[in-house]
Design a protein around this ligand. Structure first.
Ligand SMILES: Nc1ncnc2c1ncn2[C@@H]1O[C@H](COP(=O)(O)OP(=O)(O)OP(=O)(O)O)[C@@H](O)[C@H]1O
Ligand SMILES: [Mg+2]
Length: 258
């Protein structure tokens, strides 16, 4: 069953067609990866999905609903959370504060009740417990215990990437968009991350759409892969099909030659 599809996505910036009639479809529960050289249009796809960019043409369907051109907060509210290629966290707040704030901004009681200004209100307290429980599960899963009370800006880069993943996961998304989750990580951190992404998919009811340059990671954990270049779809298929596609090989060799 398809949880998400994009049809004919097209968007230009000045003279550049960042996306040129890109279509793809994601099965519920899949880990789906997007690959392509620098500037291919990968992040632009995420920006269209999360409502930051309005495509010139095309449709985005999530859980049978047309979400094209909805406001970002509405799209987030429907269950699409993302991480950014360049980490976007509050660096002078701790890991726990970032995760709790992320939830409160999106959940029903809202920020101010969430910070327990009115802690005598039992409804708020109960919700607070639910928030905390969800966050604690994620902190445990991603081995972030030692980072919980540390300012995010003081954490090593790899840990900050994990906090961003944790924050997106804390929103209980149905579709989780990860923009180059392993970039800047060392090999050990990457290895753990591959493992955790598989866990996340198995433990939570979530579909994962991931932009990733590490082909080993892509091959290891993806059910399906979309390859794009110059804003155009080259092909979509199993990791092996895509990795051996002549135009994909050419796009990557071309990049190395450059
Ligand atoms: N807001 C914008 N204004 C102008 N040009 C943009 C904008 N967003 C994207 N582009 C252009 O669209 C093209 C695709 O960019 P995009 O960031 O989607 O690439 P990418 O595949 O994510 O690359 P990378 O691997 O380097 O992250 C690039 O030429 C980029 O300069
Ligand atoms: Mg990008």
């Amino acid at each position: 069953m398809s949880i998400f599809s994009a049809h004919d996505l097209t968007i230009s910036f000045g003279g550049i067609k960042a996306l040129n009639h890109v279509s793809f479809e994601i099965e519920k529960g899949a880990v789906y990866s997007i690959i392509g050289p620098n500037g291919a249009g990968k992040t632009t796809i995420f920006n269209c999905i999360s409502g930051l960019y309005a495509p010139d043409h095309g449709e985005i369907i999530f859980q049978d609903m047309d979400i094209t051109n909805l406001a970002p907060y509405k799209i987030a509210g429907l269950g699409i959370a993302r991480t950014f290629q360049n980490i976007e966290l509050f660096s002078r707040m701790t890991t726990m504060e970032n995760l709790m704030l992320g939830r409160h901004l999106h959940m029903k009681t809202g920020l101010w009740s969430g910070v327990t200004l009115f802690s005598s209100n039992s409804k708020v307290s109960r919700e607070e417990i639910v928030h905390r429980e969800r966050v604690e599960i994620i902190v445990d899963l991603l081995d972030l215990q030692s980072a919980r009370d540390v300012f995010v800006g003081e954490l090593p880069y790899g840990s900050q990437k994990l906090v961003e993943l944790a924050r997106a996961l804390a929103l209980e998304p149905k579709l989780l968009l990860l923009d180059e989750p392993s970039s800047g990580m060392n090999n050990e951190e990457k290895h753990d991350l591959f493992y955790w992404i598989k866990d996340i998919r198995n433990l939570f009811d979530v579909t994962i759409l991931m932009i990733e340059h590490d082909m080993n990671m892509v091959r290891d954990i993806s059910d399906k892969v979309l390859a794009i270049n110059f804003g155009k779809k080259i092909t979509a298929g199993t990791p092996d099909e895509v990795a051996n596609h002549p135009e994909v090989l050419k796009a990557y060799l071309g990049e190395e030659d450059a």
